[in-house]
Design a protein around this ligand. Structure first.
Ligand code: ASP
Length: 430
């Protein structure tokens, strides 16, 4: 069984890669460097302008609005496409979904546990950040805030009763331009229709991601200007907590592999090293998918069926790193706000994080898009996701590697306790 990587899920469109001039230079510079530049400039301007930097939070608000608007249809189409394309049959598939669910639940539990223990959100000290953020968002920015009001909060927003005409125009322009690329795509099957819809949304998502460095610059400048550096201490704690939790999840995977399959954990780690490095460097588990499959087949020696079920089919649904990250982010922000989430709310986070991780496409920053839904579900202000943008270039890479490691684990477990006859010898001869 083989499944090709949808071309639209690749990190950069061909046109972007061939662009020249300033545009080409902008796209040629890796996103994390652009974001880092945003952070550094933001700190300098924030210190220079002080409280006046509050208005600079506008681009971040814009990016969040757009991400929030894209989230529901992206999740919907991603899940529909994954279900439609997956070759699902037999007992193994049932096992696959059982394993995926257990692993995701463990990831979320680890995330919540570490966030509850480390409480990185409390590292900010006693100046509560909400005031700062409230100030940031309530900055006197008339024409701009009017413009922002017209940016749809969700793709369906402009069509609701209180929808604004400007919102419809906004949407029409975005969809119209994005669909130019797929206008000659033949629509013969329902699969084609869903594919064109998802490709179009992903094109728009990449435009939004292009604005992220500006958003990071603005949000850093306004936080540093209004509130100083204490919020960043908390962010440092958050990064540490997330990395600790991801490492704990890795330990869990290795134990599961050790006791649930015939493969030794060290052999697995060695065999899939290239895939993990690729996941970390591209931030895209979908782009890494073919390499994960090849490593599992050729270097680890798994059966064709287990490698393809875990790495090709499972990969569409399995994003444990993303689930863990979304749950931790929600808890972190609630701690920043001075409180903690109740058990009920944490349960709600578990449910929405599962949905959000399944719906997150395997492309860079997809987790941030679906995070807006997790925050909305427990009534957390999505403005705070802007703060996470500053560290997401790093954490996205880390969670992508864990997403891939999750696919690897499931493949090994599906392969069972006995190697395929001859597989072991073939590998040793190599
Ligand atoms: N970048 C991740 C992946 O490709 C998704 C995410 O943003 O969490 O798996």
């Amino acid at each position: 069984m083989s499944e090709e990587v949808p071309a639209t899920n690749l990190p950069q469109t061909e046109k972007q890669q061939h662009a020249r001039g300033v545009w080409g230079w902008w796209h040629g510079t890796p996103l994390y460097l652009r974001i880092l530049a945003g952070v550094i400039l933001g700190v300098i301007i924030g210190v220079a302008l002080g409280e006046r930097a509050a208005a600079l939070a506008i681009p971040a608000k814009l990016v969040l609005r757009l991400l929030g608007a894209l989230a529901p249809p992206l999740i919907l189409l991603a899940i529909i496409q994954a279900l439609m394309r997956a070759e699902i049959r037999g007992k193994q598939t049932l096992r696959l979904f059982g394993l995926l669910l257990v692993n995701t639940l463990v990831a979320i539990a680890i995330g919540l546990l570490v966030a509850n223990l480390v409480r990185p959100g409390a590292w900010a000290g006693d100046t509560p950040p909400p005031a700062a953020i409230a100030k940031m968002t309530a900055a006197p920015v008339d024409p701009l805030s009017q413009f922002l009001d017209n940016v749809p909060k969700s793709i369906a927003g402009p069509f609701t009763d209180d929808g604004k005409v400007m919102g419809v125009i906004f949407l029409a322009v975005a969809l119209g331009v994005a669909m130019r690329r797929v206008r000659y795509h033949e629509l013969r099957t329902v699969d084609d229709l869903v594919h064109v819809g998802l490709s179009t949304l992903i094109v728009i998502l990449y435009w939004v991601i292009d604005v992220v460095p500006f958003a990071v610059f603005g949000v850093v400048a306004s936080i540093v200007g209004v509130k100083g550096f204490s919020a960043f201490a908390a962010l440092g704690g958050f990064v540490l907590a997330v990395i600790t939790a991801l490492l704990a999840q890795t330990a869990y995977y290795l134990l599961r592999i050790r006791f649930g399959s015939w493969v030794r954990p060290t052999v697995v780690l060695n065999g899939v090293r290239d895939a993990l490095v690729m996941a970390f460097s591209t931030g895209s588990s979908t782009a890494t998918m073919p390499l994960t499959y090849a490593c599992l087949r050729e270097k680890v020696g798994l059966r064709e069926q287990s490698a393809s079920l875990g790495a090709l089919v499972g990969s569409n649904f399995n994003n444990d790193g993303t689930a863990l990250y979304e749950a931790m982010s929600a808890l972190f922000v609630s701690q920043l706000l001075g409180g903690s989430l109740s058990l009920d709310q944490q349960f709600m986070i578990v449910l929405t994080s599962i949905a959000a991780s399944v719906g997150a496409a395997g492309i860079p920053e997809a987790g941030l898009v679906t995070m807006t839904m997790v925050f909305n579900a427990v009534g957390l202000p999505t403005d705070y996701i802007a703060m996470l943008l500053t560290v997401d270039w790093l954490l996205d890479r880390c969670r992508t590697a864990i997403n891939v490691m999750g696919d690897v684990t499931v493949s090994c477990l599906l392969d069972g306790k006995e190697p395929e006859a001859g597989a072991h010898e073939a590998l040793i001869v190599e």
